[in-house]
Design a protein around this ligand. Sequence first.
Ligand code: 9MR
Length: 343
Amino acid sequence: MAQQQGMAALAAEKGVLFGSTLTRGQADESAEMRRLARQEMGAIVPGFEFKWPTLRPGPWEFDFSGAEAMLRLAEEQGQKTRGHALVWHGALPGWFGDGPADAMGMRTLLRHHIDTVARRYAGRIHSWDVVNEPVEPWDGRQDGLRDSPFLRSMGTDYIDLSFRWAAEADPQARLVLNEYGVEMATAEQEARRTALLRLVEGMLRRRVPLHAIGIQAHLAAARQHEFEAEVLRRFIRRIAALGLDCYITELDVTDRGLPPDIATRDAAVAHTYRVFLDAALAEPSVKAVILWGISDRYTWMNDSRFARREDGLPTRPHPFDADFRPKPAWDAIREAFRAASAR
Ligand code: 9MR
C-alpha cells in the first residue's frame, strides 16, 4: 500500500505549518514517538525544555541541555521549532517563589532571561510565545489582565517590555501572545476575547513588536454545542484586521463527559477536530496549527482535573492511540487540511 500522506504534508500543501508538542523524555523513550515526529510534524514545540523550570535550575543558572537536544532533533529532521514560553506564570521554578516584589528586581530578572534565551537561539526559532496566558477577566481587574507575579511587581508594562526585549534579542522570530479559552461561544470566553483584543489594540498603538496571536484551543468534545464557527471566525478576522496572523497553538480534544464506549468517544473527538479546523482554516490568516500531543500514550489530560475523565478511564484526545495507531481524529485532521484553501 502506498504510504498515506501525513498531517504535516497535507497542511504544508495549503501553506499551513503543522506540528505538535513533544518532550525530550518522550523522544528518548519511544521509537514510535520519534517515528510520528518525523512523519507527522513540520514543527516541534518542546513541552518542557524552553520553560523556566527546565532552563533555570537556580536564580543565576541556566541549563540549556534540554533545549539544545530538542532543537537538534528538529533541525536534523528539517523541522521548525516554536519556543514556549518566555514569560508564563504557570510554570516557574520553586526558587522563583512570587519573584522579586519590586519592579526593578523583576524587570532585571525577566530581561536577563529573555535576553539570554532568545539571543542564544536567535535565527533558529520560528516563533516565540513571548507572553503566555496574560488574560484572566475573573481576576477582577478593569482591564481583564491576569494578576500574575509579573504584573504585581511591574504593572502592565511587563507585557510590552517582554516583547520589546524579545525583538531585540531575536529580530527574526515571529513574536506571539498565546492565550486559552478564546474559542467557544460562551459569555465567559467572550469576556476573554474582549480583554485580549483590548490588550492587543493597546500594544499595537504603542508600537510593540507583536506578530501573531496564539489560540490554544484545548477543546472538549462534550461541549461541542458551545462552539459556533462564526464566533471563532469573527474573532480571527478582528485580529487579522489589526495586521496579525493567528496560530492554533495547543489543539487537543478531551473526551471527558462522553460515554466510555471507545468508538463513540473517538468519533466525537474526531468530529470536534474537524468542525474546529474547518472554521479556523476558513480564515486565511491562520498560518499554523499545532497539536498539544499526538499520541494518547503521552497526554497532559489524564493529569488535569479539568480535562481528565470523571470515570477514571484514560482519555483519548489525540490523533494516535496509546499504541501509536491512527484514530478517526487523524483522518478528520487530514480531511480538514485537504478541504482547506491554500494561503
Ligand atoms: O502539557 C503540559 C504539561 O505536561 C506540563 O506539566 C504543564 C506545566 O509545564 O504545561 C502543560 O502545557 C500547558 C502549556 O504549557 C500552556 N497552556 C496549557 C497547557 C496545558 O496545561
